[in-house]
Design a protein around this ligand. Structure first.
Ligand SMILES: O=C(O)CCc1cccc(O)c1
Length: 534
């Protein structure tokens, strides 16, 4: 056993959207981080094309949401159309209260660049690009990574207290740990074509799933003048033919796209998977993103699910590293995230069935059935507003259900509020990633929490004067939410999920800390500036 203290708190292997979000989150929490990434520069392919309001909320926590949103397309409808281009199902997801647009199209390479620039704010994060992670070993105290610098072939050894494997679907680290997958790989393979629109911005205003039994197709505007097409490889087709420009033009011409309109940037064959790693934690190593789970793309949630992993794991790791939380809190990462990923995956599979059905009789039936049921207002609202979208709430995990309050495990909505200084700010920016007691005024001392130095905020109704120790519920969201959940006090985790709740005279359960949450892991980097209303 190596008795020296590890030089890093966390080593991240893989620097895609999950790795880079993790580096930003941990960087901002003052954690000493090393990132090991094989590629020397950003992967040029646009893999993910969509994200959502909860994911933007995580990027808000690293101060990058507004900049990222500048490069995204928000508020575009999603149409399922028949072989003649007539819509039989139309979605316009409704906001779920996170304070950002419910669904946004992205151009992944541009998004990753902004996220990587964000990491450069943190001197406590060292990024080793062009380094291949060759060996990962762990003992009871640390994880050791042997990485090869691909420019000069030299080996470098790094020791960290924990490791996050964000090294993609083929995750060599997961394989090396002998962790298997539950699930299956679909036989269908798709050609994914990214194009650049030549004539100014794309005039196509929506994602269309062409549910044509002859050959389904995905036709999606993506930001910064790009457009995504996806087509299945049919049983008698050769994959190599399908990525040839001749073949691609044949496919695109059918939808009126010619070399005059768009330039083909790249065409890649992808398989769809439904897979969940059997374990997401092995000792000091955590699997995140595609290394832990894979889903088909039909609700655009693959990448965002990985970013949610980062949002769940990072503050817990920082709390354990600071000695505030016990190590077993880290087991709650998989307990909390896996059911949500499973639910999301099940929805993606259901939508995939609608899109990819190729039996003409069934597709005709599907089109009629959807047109009929969408006339029923309740069904139309459920489908159209995406009420089927899985809720980001936990039943089990780092939660205290004592008292049986329904708020526990739910993430609080994020309205704009007025701070005690009278500024308008988004709720999460006020809470700033700290444990917080939020109450509606019937304050008790809550001594176990007060001893932990936890900040305590009173929510006052819209129209109240700003006062020290309060936030004004300007949009009338927080107080009704608490009333609806029969809670007069909420103990909020750093991810704004309710850890415990109580009402009236009932006491709050004790906090989960082993030490009060105050001491930073290392010199704490100042948090990014809060976004205030214009
Ligand atoms: O990548 C795909 O094939 C579909 C992506 C997507 C994006 C947003 C919503 C949605 O239902 C699918």
């Amino acid at each position: 056993m190596n008795t020296e203290l590890p030089e890093y708190d966390v080593i991240i292997v893989g620097y895609g959207p999950v790795g880079v979000t993790t580096a930003n989150l941990l960087g901002g929490m003052g954690v000493r981080v090393a990132v090991v990434e094989r590629d020397a520069s950003i992967y040029p392919r646009a893999r993910a094309i969509s994200t959502d309001e909860e994911t933007i909320r995580i990027w808000q926590a690293i101060g990058l949401a507004e900049r990222l949103k500048e490069d995204m397309l928000a508020g575009r409808p999603i149409d399922f159309v028949d072989a003649r281009g007539r819509s039989f199902l139309s979605l316009a997801p409704a906001p779920r209260g996170n304070g950002h647009p419910p669904q946004l199209f992205i151009y992944q390479p541009a998004m990753e660049e902004v996220l990587r620039d964000g990491v450069s704010r943190y001197p406590n994060v060292e990024v080793l690009l062009g380094h291949d992670c060759e060996l990962v070993e762990q003992d009871s105290d640390s994880v050791t990574v042997t990485a090869r610098d691909l420019t000069d072939d030299r080996l470098r050894t790094l020791r960290g207290a924990y490791l996050i494997a964000a090294d993609g679907g083929s995750s060599p680290i997961r394989t090396g740990l002998g962790v298997g997958f539950d699930g299956r790989t679909y036989h269908d393979r798709w050609v994914v074509i990214d194009t650049k629109v030549k004539r100014g911005w794309d005039t196509v205003d929506r994602l269309r799933f062409h549910c044509d039994p002859a050959r389904p197709a995905v036709d999606c505007p993506t930001p910064l003048g790009h457009h995504r097409w996806e087509f299945p490889v049919l049983p008698d087709e050769d994959e190599q033919d399908l990525v040839s420009h001749d073949y691609i033009w044949r496919l695109l011409r059918r939808y009126g796209r010619t070399p005059d309109e768009v330039e083909i940037l790249r065409a890649v064959i992808y398989s769809h998977h439904v897979r969940f790693a059997a374990r997401w934690r092995v000792g000091r190593i955590f699997l995140a993103g595609d290394a832990a789970h894979a889903m088909p793309p039909w609700i655009g949630e693959g990448m965002s699910s990985g970013v949610r992993d980062a949002g769940n794991l990072c503050w817990k790791l920082a709390g354990v590293l600071r000695g505030e939380l016990p190590d077993d809190v880290l087991d709650s990462y998989e307990v909390e995230r896996k059911p949500h990923v499973r639910e999301m995956t099940a929805q993606a599979v259901r939508f995939g069935r609608i899109i990819t059905e190729r039996r003409p009789g069934l597709t005709a039936l599907r089109n009629i059935a959807f047109r009929l049921v969408m006339r029923v207002p309740a069904i139309r609202a459920y489908m159209q507003e995406a009420r089927w979208f899985p809720d980001n709430s936990y039943r089990k995990g780092l939660l205290d259900h004592t008292g049986g309050n329904r708020a526990v495990g739910k993430q609080l909505p994020q309205p704009w509020v007025q701070t005690d200084g009278g500024d308008r700010a988004r709720l999460d920016d006020v809470l700033a990633g700290r444990w917080t007691l939020l109450h509606t005024g019937q304050a008790r001392p809550w001594p176990a929490w007060a001893a932990g130095g936890i900040s305590c905020l009173q929510v006052t109704p819209a129209g109240s004067a700003p006062a020290p120790g309060t936030i004004v519920d300007d949009e009338d969201v927080l107080i009704p939410w608490m009333r609806q959940h029969h809670a007069t006090v909420l103990a909020l985790r750093p991810d704004v999920v309710v850890y415990a709740a109580a009402t009236g005279d009932a006491d709050l359960p004790r906090p989960p800390f082993v030490h009060p949450p105050q001491s930073p892991v290392a010199e704490q980097t100042p948090p990014p500036a809060a976004t205030t209303a214009p």
